[in-house]
Design a protein around this ligand. Structure first.
Ligand SMILES: [Zn+2]
Length: 299
């Protein structure tokens, strides 16, 4: 529910994206099932649009997946894109990309799909039980990870610079999704991506505001490349210092959006020496259960 429209007005406080103080209150809204009153604010310095001081997140994540109608299809598409991208990098010897970690993985569907097709992927999520990727929830240390992903996570994070600095770090390839506004655009109150009803989306970037976040995190803004998703424009992105990874991301995206990965992936994955981890992972999972059971005291 949205209040009657009032003209934007200056408001005090610091922008969580650029640290500046040029904030405008766009409108007051009610978010989450607890209907907490919140302010949708815009920073005129960096173009970041966001919900201020999100105090309702514990309520918002009681039902982690309520209303996430695209979850399954999004993960299937993401896994096709990532598999093609990583196999191009592997065959082209772009550098280490073998081990991966999906940040904010939710159920863990994406890393499970990646492992099922031979890639050594893990997952992390502070709000979800990650049922589909257990027991592969403990990623290796950052230096060993060649690729991180975060699909539909950025819009959940109050401070993007902090997320990029602490969670993404200096990984050679970061692939993610978030819907980006046009620069300067303030979407209408009924924009579906606000999702005020569940209160999980708090950060609504444009390309400009996202590149400001990158610079604050110590990243070169030119490392960002964006492509259209299968449904939404400007939905899929990669950050990579290497131009080869950025070109490969564009090529893989174009091929997957035309459905050509179905033809290309079986021979390319075989050529790259990838084989499913389904049975190997099954044995690892059973072994860990057995070890855990042996540590339990006898009744
Ligand atoms: Zn700002």
């Amino acid at each position: 529910m949205v209040t009657a429209e009032t003209p934007p007005s200056p408001t005090a406080g610091a922008c969580p994206n650029c640290g500046g103080g040029n904030l405008t209150l766009e409108r007051r809204v009610w978010v989450s099932k607890a209907r907490v009153e919140a302010e949708l604010a815009h920073c005129t310095a960096c173009d970041f649009l966001f919900l201020r001081d999100p105090s309702w997140l514990a309520v918002a994540y009681e039902d982690s997946f309520y209303g996430d109608t695209g979850y399954v299809d999004r993960n299937l598409h993401a896994s096709r894109l990532l598999r093609l991208l990583l196999v191009i990098g592997r065959l082209g010897r772009f550098g280490p990309s073998e081990q991966g970690c999906d940040l904010g993985t939710g159920l863990g569907m994406l890393p499970r799909l990646m492992r099922d097709h031979g890639f050594d992927f893990h997952g992390t999520d502070e709000y979800a039980a990650m049922e589909l990727i257990r027991p592969f929830c403990d990623p290796p240390a950052d230096g060993a990870i060649g690729c991180k992903t975060a699909f539909e996570v950025i819009e959940h994070v109050p401070s993007t610079p902090e997320f990029l600095r602490r969670q993404v770090g200096t990984v050679p390839l970061f692939v993610f999704s978030t819907l980006m506004r046009q620069d300067g655009e303030i979407p209408a109150p009924d924009w579906w991506y606000y999702a005020f009803g569940n209160g999980q989306h708090v950060s609504f970037h444009s390309r400009r505001s996202f590149q400001v976040a990158m610079a604050r995190a110590g990243m070169d803004p030119t490392w960002l490349v964006s492509i259209d998703g299968p449904v939404h424009p400007r939905a899929l992105h990669a950050i990579a210092p290497s131009a080869r990874w950025r070109r490969a991301f564009r090529v893989a995206g174009a091929l997957v959006n035309r459905g050509l990965d179905g033809l290309l992936l079986p021979p390319l994955q075989a050529l790259a020496g990838l084989r499913p981890r389904i049975i190997d992972d099954h044995y690892v999972a059973m072994e860990r259960l057995r070890s855990a059971a042996e540590r339990q005291p006898c009744p």
